[in-house]
Design a protein around this ligand. Structure first.
Ligand code: COA
Ligand code: MG
Length: 295
């Protein structure tokens, strides 16, 4: 089982050259070079040039590199996506997705300019329509032509659009997160949680990482370097989880259990579905060890 950890996914404003440079030294699994919300209108075209140059020049090593263009219907959208396609990042993150057609259109643009196969599409889930259409959007992932591999929660935009209140424990946000997770899992996609704005509040940030992980998130989008280490820690399988998973794998490996669907391990019922989960946990743990060694 080949898996890619996407625990920590750090945004940086495309106009901020220091941040683009700094990201090359941070232990983030993925970096999103942003041309959208974090870049002022007057700086958009300049940021496009800076971001595409940074991606072409490289230096991000094994970090996954993602560009977020402005939405296609804006003045910059088409220019951004064409420039991003030419820079050939690992993924292009489509902002303000509302319908499956937004992903299909982006995939067609990439095909029309012969963007390399390695450049995938990620979708921002940040409009009310994106949540209502989460299943249909995620279903784009069933056709490799659409390149869709990952959904990203845009919780700040969802709070704005819905007029919900941002309260502790994300009472209003949980249904949107949960619907998106089910949509993603229906089509084998990853899903990354939204950002935590109060980046000086480490305790609050940690609690929100745990909250997202408990819901089923693969990782969290981040806004500041100080959030990377705690996020990596919380979204990595714990030692306890890995030990338990290895126990399950070796129990099912025993010849006397080869034909069994259900067995007992340490007094607990374990089924073959737990074996599938255990194998995934061990694969993620191995991939985490590999990238941590590289950092
Ligand atoms: N990615 C990479 N490096 C970053 C960074 C980020 N998101 N945020 C800050 N840094 C760097 C700074 O450039 C600075 O580097 P230096 O030590 O080489 O000078 C260092 O980390 C410390 O930064 P700090 O002074 O604590 O933060 P700040 O006050 O300059 O910036 C923010 C605070 C919130 C404006 C900034 O972190 C940011 O722009 N975050 C991303 C916002 C974003 O992309 N939003 C879109 C999606 S929600
Ligand atoms: Mg947004």
């Amino acid at each position: 089982m080949q898996v890619r950890p996407r625990r920590s996914v750090l945004y940086m404003p495309g106009a901020n050259e220091r941040a683009l440079e700094k990201a090359k030294s941070l232990p983030a699994d993925s970096v999103i070079l942003d041309l959208e919300d974090s870049v002022a209108p007057d700086a958009k075209v300049d940021a496009r040039g800076k971001v595409c140059k940074a991606v072409k020049d490289g230096g991000y090593g094994r970090r996954e590199v993602v560009i977020r263009p402005n939405a296609l219907e804006t003045a910059w959208g088409t220019g951004d996506i064409l420039a991003a396609a030419e820079a050939a990042p690992d993924a292009i993150l489509i902002a303000k997705v509302a319908h499956p057609g937004d992903i299909i259109s982006a995939a067609k643009i990439l095909k029309s300019v012969n963007a390399p196969e390695k450049t995938k599409l990620w979708a921002m889930m940040e409009t009310p329509q994106s949540i209502l259409h989460a299943g249909a959007i995620a279903a784009c992932g069933a056709d490799p032509e659409n390149r869709l591999t990952c959904l990203v929660m845009g919780t700040n935009d969802l709070l704005k659009e819905s007029r919900a209140r941002a309260v502790k424990d994300r009472f209003a946000v949980v249904p949107w997160l949960a619907m998106t997770i089910l949509a993603a899992r229906s089509y084998g996609l990853d899903v990354i949680d939204g950002v935590y704005n109060d980046f000086k509040d480490e305790a609050g940030f940690r609690a929100e990482c745990e909250h997202g992980r408990t819901l089923g998130m693969d990782g969290k989008t981040l806004i500041h370097p100080s959030q990377v280490a705690p996020c990596n820690e919380i979204f990595s399988p714990t030692d306890e989880e890995v030990v338990w998973s290895r126990k399950i794998i070796s129990a099912f490996d025993r010849p006397e259990n080869a034909m069994k669907g259900v067995i007992t391990v340490d007094g607990r019922m374990v089924e073959r579905l737990h074996l599938v989960m255990a194998k995934r946990t061990v694969s993620i743990a191995n991939a985490v060890t590999e990238i941590e060694e590289w950092f």
